[in-house]
Design a protein around this ligand. Structure first.
Ligand code: B12
Length: 446
């Protein structure tokens, strides 16, 4: 079967809580890791092409000629919330070009809103959760003329009732069992990130999910899965061999298991692997010895989701730490000679102007190398969203409406603050960008 996997064009992205006109450099696309995983697995049985429209420079108007020349039997598109209108445009166009091409959607947003996603009639199949095994089964079945019904985590247009959707994460999906992502399926040397010490850059995951329960996040909905240090380092070695110079690990929490961090670092040092890497961590999941050993093994940056400079807000967010823990952790990273970056959420429900300015001042005082700010948005399937519904801050479910009718609902209007207009919120964002080292203005000034 000929399979075309598409990452929609980045310039179609709806900015969800950040600036629409932010820096070109800050927008450097990352490889579409989920699709590369799918390609690595599917190519055992099928012919697969990955089209990353974010780097290919191609737009939706160019799709007909791409489809006509590759002649796929199946088109799969990854769905994240901000690109959903573009995803729908792609599926509608594919069906217009050739209605007999099978269309499949997957990715975080399809997993969160399966029923609403299948309200889009140009989508034939929806796969939730980790896509490799169900998509392979689906392609194998379709090739044999079967219907694609009866596959775990795979749902068929018109054949699924509301109560049937549930995502199973079974032992079978242990991350070490997957084929490695097929990084050569895209022009990997084009992924260049200004923030990394050397390029090209790639992404990698060594674990998925997170055991913490931050109220604004949904990643605990996914089962927590970890790879062994040995397999992780083998993949890093393979990436080094390709000539890739930096890796941005996408794990929610790379430092969760201290023993594994130690094993990865020691093995990188022992095998003399020379590559720059950056991880995401939590301020309370970083042991004192970690930054030093990680630096020795090639790490150049540790990123924290710090989120707020107000202890009361951190408590409402259920972060489980306070601003003192933040200062301590940033200090540990900096004194090991690593760069430290942080994310902050402005205007969390219940925050007033003083609280927002406190967070900005806190970020400014932290000696971070980069700070990223966004306006709080209660994303689907989070406790924050459920609470917004309960308290009446939200009436109805605009996310659900957005998935069903992406062209009718303006996501940018959906900020969760009760006190501020979107214009006022964006003014806070500007203020934060102006007085701290942010991804946006520091990149531009280089
Ligand atoms: C890297 C990343 C980004 C990058 C770019 C994404 C890219 N090009 O890949 C950047 C920085 C741009 C980004 C931005 C944002 N992101 Co982001 N990001 C991530 C992150 C950290 C890693 C993605 C990744 O590589 N995962 C690893 C791969 C292997 O997993 P995967 O992509 O999920 O793919 C698997 C399955 O989903 C499935 N699958 C995926 N695609 C397809 C397609 C088909 C056809 C099939 C069958 C299966 C399938 O199979 C894959 C392999 O198993 C995830 C969190 C996470 N750890 O996953 C958040 C995440 C995807 N982001 C999220 C959010 C909320 C955002 C922002 C809105 C944040 C903000 N306010 O700024 C923005 C806007 C993005 C948008 N366009 O909507 C949410 C998604 C929410 C949603 N409903 O879509 C996530 C899940 C984080 C979270 N838990 O909240 N993000």
């Amino acid at each position: 079967m000929r399979i075309l996997l598409i990452q929609p064009p980045g310039n179609q992205e709806i900015p969800i809580g950040y600036k629409r006109n932010y820096s070109e450099k800050a927008r450097s696309p990352l490889p579409p890791l989920g699709l590369l995983y799918l390609a690595g697995h599917l190519k055992k049985n099928h012919e697969v092409k990955v089209l990353d429209m974010a780097v290919s420079g191609q737009g939706i108007p160019e799709l007909p000629s791409i489809i006509n020349s590759f002649q796929p039997d199946l088109v799969g598109v990854t769905a994240v919330i901000g690109l959903w209108p573009a995803v729908v445009d792609i599926f509608n166009l594919v069906k217009k070009i050739n209605p007999s091409i099978y269309t499949v959607v997957g990715g975080p947003n399809a997993t969160q809103y399966p029923e609403e996603t299948l309200a889009i009639r140009s989508i034939d199949f929806l796969i939730t959760g980790i896509g490799q095994f169900p998509l392979m089964r689906l392609c194998n079945q379709l090739e044999q003329g079967q219907s694609g019904e009866g596959i775990e985590n795979c749902y068929v247009q018109g054949k699924t009732s509301a109560g049937d959707y549930r995502t199973v994460y079974s032992k079978e999906y242990e991350l070490d069992e997957f084929e490695l992502p097929d990084r050569e399926a895209v022009p990997f040397s084009l992924y260049r990130i200004g923030f990394c010490p050397d390029n090209p850059t790639t992404t990698m995951v060594t674990s998925m999910g997170c055991p913490f329960r931050c109220a604004f996040c949904d990643c605990h909905n996914q089962a927590l899965q970890m790879r062994t240090a040995e397999k992780v380092v083998d993949e890093i070695a393979a990436v080094e061999k390709m000539g890739i110079k930096s890796i941005l690990f996408q794990d929610e929490l790379f430092t969760l298991k201290a023993e594994r961090v130690k094993q990865i670092c020691e093995s990188l040092i022992k095998r003399k692997i020379k590559i720059h890497w950056s991880v995401k961590s939590r301020v309370d999941c970083l042991q004192i010895w970690m930054p030093g050993l990680m630096k020795e093994a090639g790490c150049f940056n540790i990123h924290f989701g710090i989120e707020s400079g107000n202890d009361a807000t951190l408590t409402r967010m259920k972060k489980g730490y306070n601003t003192d823990s933040v200062r301590r952790a940033v200090g540990m990273v900096k004194s090991a000679g690593l760069s430290c970056t942080g994310n902050f959420m402005l205007a969390y429900p219940g925050e007033n102007e003083t609280d927002i300015r406190n967070t900005i001042a806190f970020a400014k005082g932290l000696s971070l190398d980069l700070a990223q700010f966004s306006i709080t948005l209660d994303l689907p399937k989070t406790e924050l969203f459920d609470e917004a519904l309960r308290s009446g801050r939200r009436r109805g479910n605009p996310w659900s409406e957005f998935i069903k009718h992406p062209q009718r609902i303006d996501l940018v209007e959906m900020f969760s603050s009760e006190l501020f207009t979107p214009e006022e919120l964006f003014a806070f964002l500007d203020e934060a960008h102006q007085c701290t080292k942010t991804l946006y203005n520091t990149r531009e000034s280089k």
